[in-house]
Design a protein around this ligand. Sequence first.
Ligand code: GLY
Length: 573
Amino acid sequence: MKMKLLFFFVLAQTIQFQLVAQTSIVGAGKKVDPYSYEITKNAIYNRAAVSSAHPLASKIGAAIMEQGGNAFDAAIATQLALAVVYPGAGNIGGGGFLIGHQPNGSLIGIDFREAAPNLANRDMYLDQNGNADMTRSQSGHLASGIPGTIAGLFATMAYAKLPFSQLIQPAIDLAEKGFVITEKQASSFNGTRNEFLKNSSQPTAFVKESKWKVGDTLIQKALAATLKRIQTNGAKGFYEGETAQLIVAEMQRGNGIISLEDLKKYSAKTREPISFNYRGYQILSFAPPSSGGIIINQLFKMIEKYPVASYGFQTVKSVQLMIEAQRRAFADRAAHMGDPDFWKVPVKTLTSDAYLAKRMQDYNPEKASVSENINAGVIHESNETTHISIIDAEGNMASITTTLNGGYGSKVVVGGAGFLLNNEMDDFSVKPGTPNMFGAIGGEANAIAPGKRMLSSMTPTLVLKNKKPYVVIGTPGGTTIPTAVFEALVNIIDFNMNASDAINKPKFHHQWLPDEVLVEKDFDATVVKKLQAMGYNIKEVGGIGRTEIIRLLSNGKRETAADKRGDDSVAGF
Ligand code: GLY
């Protein structure tokens, strides 16, 4: 399905278009036109494919592979492009995780999660009465962890083929010369205007006098200058020198605590991926400090002994089983998971068959279990993480999820540097038992400490079939991330769906606390009624996740799909 976006230009913008149109963004013959582009929701490609949150970013990733780059080159170029064209979540001021698989069977796990600054402490968001002040963990300067994205991209360079300067150039061009924005982006900027004004200490490219509208051109000169410093000086162009000084000056204007030393000391880490089998498929996902890999390992293993396919797709029986597995996995998340460099996460036990069989002993297919009755929080819908799925012609797979946490992160744009900082400190357990912005409860395992990485739910995932590449998948959505990945893969493995159906069918989510099941609006109303009769508290929500997927067909073609829920788009050849 293709949707053509029509853009209308005022005179000034038309002139700008004519000036810029002579410069192809991604090299001779591989033009990506930032002034007229379409959203492609699904396609089957012969050799290489990208699915991401924005058409321009996907096209740039595909063009980089056409120029001789591999999936890791494309991951770097696509992420940098997203930092420009999708500022709500694409980022250089946030962090994330990349899982990769090479044709020789090697696995890659790069952790570039943000870390708490050296001056952070476990009680930093408590007020004089000991109550959690979530406004400070969720917006403004104090909400930011030390950004990890640029360190992560340079760690990824070890597996790439093209020079970094080539991979960052499209992002520089998009920032410097501009691109036209979609209707969704215009409305998102308009809706966030007041928060940008409140939290950013200097004028930003995201706020203009009149309202944004579809077809307006967004130019980000300060961001282009930052990207050029990174192009010239490598990771030091971000973590040291002028960019670092601009970040620290911004911190000082807003009582933030990230220091030059924090930035200089930050590094990406390698992590061994979580690996398990489900009905003959090998599933690979991210280890702590993300909870995502362990959660989906637990979910699949808890349902494996049940004949899910014979229960039928989204029947009461299959949905109820999956809800109860989700409830139990999220209870474990709250108690046992945190940064493994600070907290011993009992990965082996949490994922062992014996332990998971025990967890399901009290599962009753006739009625709802009851989550512990503690301070439950409300889940705010937020999809402001973003995912990229890529496969190249050689069979390298890259699955990369990155985030600013909430939409536009802390809403603080670094003055003079043009990029948004994350509000990832809220992913720590700010106070035991107090829900974060996703309603997730945590305890000691995820308490704040200097240098510690906050627990994530990001679940970049790969699936192998007969040891060969089969699926690349991931999604944004806070705590709904692991459940969305789980449900899409159950749709493929148990219900034999194609890639597009697997990610676009209605989703549901339970996370132990609050004790409620979120369902999307198009979820079957008769199933909802029957679940309510069994004791489930059901809450309808607008949308869960924005999943990007590539599946290898038996003829070697790449079946590629982008989520229906946003501007997400695929590209390839
Ligand atoms: N900030 C969302 C997550 O990491 O889970």
